[in-house]
Design a protein around this ligand. Structure first.
Ligand code: LLP
Length: 446
C-alpha cells in the first residue's frame, strides 16, 4: 500500500482490507455502493488547519495577518462549507451554485469571495444581496456591469482586481492561469491591471479593497509563488506612489501541489508559508509602505489527499504488448465519468486492492473504466497483483479534489455518492444519482 499517498487515518485491518476513518472499506462499499468517493474528515480538516496555522505563524512574525480561503471548486458540499467555517477558514466560490451551497452550509457571506471570468448579472446581484466579503473582478466589462448593478441596488461592491502577473506555472497548460495568452485576469505587463484599479477606484458603486492573483494549479515551485508575490507588491506600491491609494488586501491565490503517486512530490503548507512570508517581507522592505492583509486560496491541497475513490473490479484482461511483455487491464465500475483528470491532463494516480491483501506477483497494469472510449483510463500505469479478480475492491487515493465536482453522466452513468468518515462513522455528503434522477432530467415522449 502506498501509505504516503493515502489520507492519514487509512490502515489495513487484520485480514488485510483497508479502513479509513475507522470504517472498513468493504462496509462502505456494501452500504453505499461503488464507485464511491470517501473523504477522511480528520485529514481534510487537519490540512485546512495546517494552512491556517502555518501561514498565520509565518506572516505573523512580520505582524501581518492571512486569511485562508478554501477554493471550493476542488470539492464542495454544504457539510464541507460547515467544516471550513468551524476551522475558521473563508471560502472561495466561482458560480451561483457554489455560492448557494456555501450559504447553505452556514458560511457567513462576509467570509465568501466570488470569482469567475464571466459572472452573470444574476451572480453579481445575488453576491451583493447576501453581502459577500469580496468580488474578484476579472475584466473591464465586469467592472462596468458591477458598478451599475451596485448603484442600482444602492450597494457598494467590495472588490479585488484579478491580476495576471505573467508568472508561468502549473502542472498542465489547462491549469496554468497567469501567463499572458489565456482568458483570466487583467495583465500587469500591458498596464490593463493598473487601469482596472483606477477604474474601480473611480466607480461610485465599487470599493476597491485590493488585488488578487492565482498563477495556476499543482505547482511545486516555491520560486513561482515568490515571484508572483513580488510582482503583486510592486504593483501595489506603484498605485500608491502614483495615485496615493494604498490597497488594504492582497490575495496570492492557490495552486499548491499534492502527491498523487508514491514517487510524486508535494509543496507543504509549512514550506509554502515560510517561503512566501520571506518573499513578501523582502519585497515590502524594498518597496516600503504599510503591510496589507494577505489571503491565499488552496483547494486541491486541502481536499485532494483527504479523498479516495473505491471501485469494484469487473473484467480483467491480459493484453500482449509489442515489446513482448503484457499488460493487465483491470476494468472498474466507473471511469472517466468520475475521474476526468487522467484523460484531461494526463494526470497520474496509483491504486491498490482494498478488500484484501495479495501476495501474488505484481504485474504491469492499467485501471480502466466502463465507458465507450479507449482513453477511459483511471490509472495509466500501476503494478497490481496478478490474482486481482472480479469482485475485488480497488482504492485510488488522492481523488478528493476535482473528482466528484468534475463528474458527469456520459453513457448515462450514475454519478457516485460522496461520504465522509470519522471515528468509525460515515456521513453522506452527496447521494448517488439514481435512475429516477436520469428520468427526471429526461422529458419523456407523450
Ligand atoms: N483560486 C482560484 C482563483 C482558482 O482558479 C483556483 C483553481 C484555486 C484558487 C485553487 O487551486 P488549487 O489550490 O486547487 O490548485 N480541474 C483542474 C484544476 C483547475 C483549477 C482551477 N482553479 C485539476 O483537476 O487539476
Amino acid at each position: 500500500m502506498s501509505a504516503a499517498v493515502f489520507s492519514s487515518t487509512v490502515t489495513r485491518v487484520e485480514d488485510g482490507a483497508l479502513a479509513v476513518g475507522g470504517v472498513d472499506v468493504r462496509e462502505l462499499a456494501g452500504q453505499y455502493g461503488t464507485p464511491l468517493y470517501v473523504i477522511d474528515e480528520q485529514d481534510m480538516r487537519a490540512r485546512a488547519a495546517a494552512f491556517r496555522d502555518h501561514f498565520a505563524a509565518a506572516f505573523g512574525r512580520h505582524g501581518a495577518e492571512v486569511d485562508v480561503f478554501y477554493a471550493s471548486k476542488a470539492f464542495l458540499s454544504s457539510k464541507v462549507a460547515r467544516w471550513m467555517r468551524a476551522e475558521d477558514l473563508c471560502l472561495d466560490v466561482a458560480s451561483l451554485g457554489e455560492l448557494e451551497l456555501a450559504l447553505r452550509g452556514g458560511m457567513p457571506a462576509a467570509r465568501i469571495g466570488l470569482h469567475g471570468n464571466n459572472k452573470s448579472d444574476a451572480e453579481l446581484r445575488r453576491a451583493l444581496e447576501v453581502g459577500v466579503g469580496r468580488i474578484i473582478v476579472d475584466s473591464f466589462t465586469e467592472i462596468e456591469t458591477l458598478d451599475a448593478i451596485a448603484r442600482e441596488m444602492g450597494a457598494v461592491a467590495p472588490v479585488l482586481v484579478r491580476v495576471t502577473t505573467g508568472v508561468h506555472a502549473g502542472g498542465h497548460e489547462y491549469i496554468a492561469t497567469s501567463h499572458e495568452d489565456q482568458k483570466f485576469g487583467l495583465s500587469l505587463a500591458s498596464g490593463a491591471a493598473f487601469q482596472a484599479l483606477v477604474a474601480c477606484h473611480d466607480a461610485a458603486g465599487i470599493r476597491l479593497n485590493g488585488i488578487h492573483t492565482h498563477i495556476g494549479s499543482q505547482i511545486l515551485s516555491l520560486a513561482a509563488f515568490e515571484e508572483s508575490a513580488e510582482r503583486m507588491l510592486g504593483l501595489r506600491a506603484t498605485l500608491h506612489a502614483e495615485y496615493g491609494i494604498e490597497l488594504p488586501e492582497v490575495d496570492l491565490g492557490g495552486g499548491y501541489a499534492i502527491r498523487y503517486t508514491p514517487h510524486g512530490e508535494a509543496l507543504s503548507a509549512h514550506d509554502a508559508a515560510q517561503g512566501m512570508a520571506e518573499a513578501v517581507a523582502a519585497a515590502m522592505a524594498k518597496v516600503g509602505g504599510t503591510w496589507p492583509r494577505f489571503s491565499i486560496e488552496p483547494g486541491r491541497a486541502i481536499a485532494g489527499p483527504a479523498g479516495m475513490t473505491l471501485y469494484r473490479v469487473g473484467v480483467v484482461k491480459h493484453v500482449a504488448l509489442e515489446d513482448g511483455g503484457q499488460r493487465q487491464y483491470v476494468a472498474v465500475d466507473g471511469g472517466m465519468s468520475d475521474n476526468m483528470r487522467t484523460i484531461t491532463y494526463g494526470a497520474e494516480y496509483t491504486a491498490t486492492i482494498a478488500s484484501r491483501l495479495s501476495d501474488a506477483e505484481p504485474e504491469l497494469s492499467r485501471v480502466v473504466g466502463k465507458h465507450c472510449e479507449s482513453g477511459d483510463i483511471v490509472v495509466r500505469d500501476v503494478e497490481l497483483p496478478h490474482d486481482i479478480a472480479r469482485g475485488d475492491l480497488l482504492a485510488v487515493p488522492a481523488t478528493g479534489a476535482y473528482g466528484r465536482v468534475m463528474a458527469h453522466n456520459y453513457n448515462a452513468a450514475l454519478r457516485p455518492a460522496v461520504v465522509s468518515v470519522r471515528d468509525g462513522e460515515s456521513t453522506v455528503h452527496i447521494r448517488r444519482d439514481t435512475l429516477e434522477d436520469l428520468f427526471s432530467w429526461d422529458v419523456a415522449p407523450d
